[in-house]
Each structure stands twice: as C-alpha cells, then as structure tokens.
Ligand binder design. Structure first.
Ligand SMILES: Nc1ncnc2c1ncn2[C@@H]1O[C@H](COP(=O)(O)OP(=O)(O)OP(=O)(O)O)[C@@H](O)[C@H]1O
Ligand SMILES: [Mg+2]
Length: 232
C-alpha cells in the first residue's frame, strides 16, 4: 500500500531563488495490485509523485508510507533495499545509447549483483514478452519509438518488481502504438500471478480513461479528480 497524508513537496533551487510548490497537501491511498493512471497537464506534479514514492525525493511536510516503510524515517543504508521493489521507466532517461537492447536490460540485473546464469535466462524471456527479442542486438538509435519504449519497459520489469511505474511511456508514439504500449502495461497489472501495482503517468487522458481503471488527475500540484478504485 502507498499512502500519502497531507504531503507537500516544495523544490528549493539555489540558482532560481523562489521555491516551487510542486505538490500541495496530497492525500492518497493506492492498494497493492491496483493499476492507476496519473494524468494532468505539464508541470502538474506527476513526476514528482513518482520521485516521492521511490524515495528519490522526500516530502517537505506530511507523511508518506510505502508498504509499511515511513519514507521520512527510512535509514539511508536501507534505501537500496527499499528501491529494489520498484521497476521504473523514467520520463527522460530511457536507454543507454552505447548499450544494445540486451545489455540495457541486463544492466538492471547486474546492478543488483545477479549472476550471469540468471541474467542469460531472464533477459530473453522479458524481451520475448515485450515482443522485441529480435532487436536484442540493436542499439537504441536503431529502434523505432515503440521498440525503444518496450525496451525501457523490459528493463523496468526484469527484476519482477512489486511496483511498476512508467512515466510517459507513450511519449513520441503514434496513437496506435500508444495504445499498444498502454495495453501492455495494463495487462501487466491484470496478471493474477503477480499482484503487481502499476502506476502509469501519461498526458493521454482520453486514451487512459478507456481502460476503466482508476484515474487520478493532477492539476497545479493538487488532485483535481480521483475516480477511485476500479471495480474488480
Ligand atoms: N528538481 C526540481 N527543481 C525545481 N523545480 C522542479 C524540479 N522538478 C520539478 N520542478 C517543478 O515542479 C513542478 C512539477 O513538476 P513535475 O515534473 O512533477 O511535473 P509533471 O506533471 O511531471 O510535468 P510533465 O508532464 O511536463 O512531465 C513544475 O513546476 C516543475 O517546474
Ligand atoms: Mg513528468
């Protein structure tokens, strides 16, 4: 369970003087196994939500708990273990340009110290599931937009995370490919086997609302709409 209570996040940047209120007084609960869309205009605070949940940032005030861990109290040496439950597809740093697809995905396993034997077995499996095994030896600049997004998703998924967060996974894709990628993400959340929480951050509100999942709309650092837990 992810639980925000009266969370405010203000960024203080030394160079630009005035503090920026990215999120104000957020109250939100997301249950294990839920699939949730975060939508809303640019600058609304969506990526900041992701950065708070994964403890890349800490709240300025309020309380935030993720699976029982109080993120304002967590000890620094416990943070790597805490992060290992997440798979994140980042908005602006998707793939390493100098690695091929296989190595991009394998990297996420190597940083956790996984043995090569398991990497060799698991990377092809996740590339197959994403439909890009035939691109394993290609470099990012040799891929189509959709293939890049799916390779980045493969990397986020390869460690079988309890919580998957995709930040703008349809950026730069045409409508058909956007739908394919969202279908794929929603199907990952629907998998009965894993009971995985999936958070999809997207500008594409109309497309997102077609899935009948919970949709949370951010505006100006606040929750402007929350359709609530989807019917099971
Ligand atoms: N590191 C930072 N330092 C200062 N201000 C920041 C920082 N990161 C984000 N902001 C500001 O916080 C607000 C929310 O940003 P955030 O990235 O969460 O928005 P977003 O909803 O993800 O937007 P987009 O849809 O464009 O990705 C914006 O006003 C942004 O300029
Ligand atoms: Mg963003």
């Amino acid at each position: 369970m992810i639980e925000f209570k009266n969370v405010t996040k203000t960024y203080h940047s030394a160079s630009r003087g005035r503090p920026v209120a990215a999120l104000t007084d957020i109250n939100l609960k997301i249950d294990d196994g839920e699939t949730v869309f975060f939508v809303g205009p640019s600058g609304a605070g969506k990526t900041t939500m992701m950065r708070l949940i994964t403890r890349m940032e800490t709240p300025t005030s309020g309380s935030l708990k993720v699976n029982g861990t109080d993120l304002r109290r967590i000890r620094p040496r416990k943070i790597p273990e805490f992060r290992s439950q997440f798979g994140v597809e980042f908005q602006d740093c998707k793939l390493f340009p100098k690695y091929n697809v296989y190595e991009n995905v394998a990297f996420a396993m190597r940083v956790l110290g996984m043995p090569n034997r398991i990497i060799k077995e698991r990377v092809p499996r996740v590339l197959t599931a994403m439909g890009i095994l035939h691109r394993a030896k290609h470099f990012p600049d040799q891929l189509s937009g959709g293939e890049k997004q799916r390779a980045a998703l493969a990397r986020a998924l390869v460690n079988n995370p309890k919580i998957l967060i995709a930040d703008e996974p349809t950026a730069g894709l045409d409508p058909k490919m956007s739908k394919n990628v969202l279908d794929l993400l929603v199907s990952l959340g629907n998998s009965q086997k894993h009971k995985r929480t999936v958070i999809i951050i997207t500008h594409e509100q109309a497309l997102a609302s077609e899935y009948g999942k919970r949709l949370i709309r951010f505006e100006n650092g606040k929750i402007a709409e929350d359709t609530g837990r989807a019917e099971k």
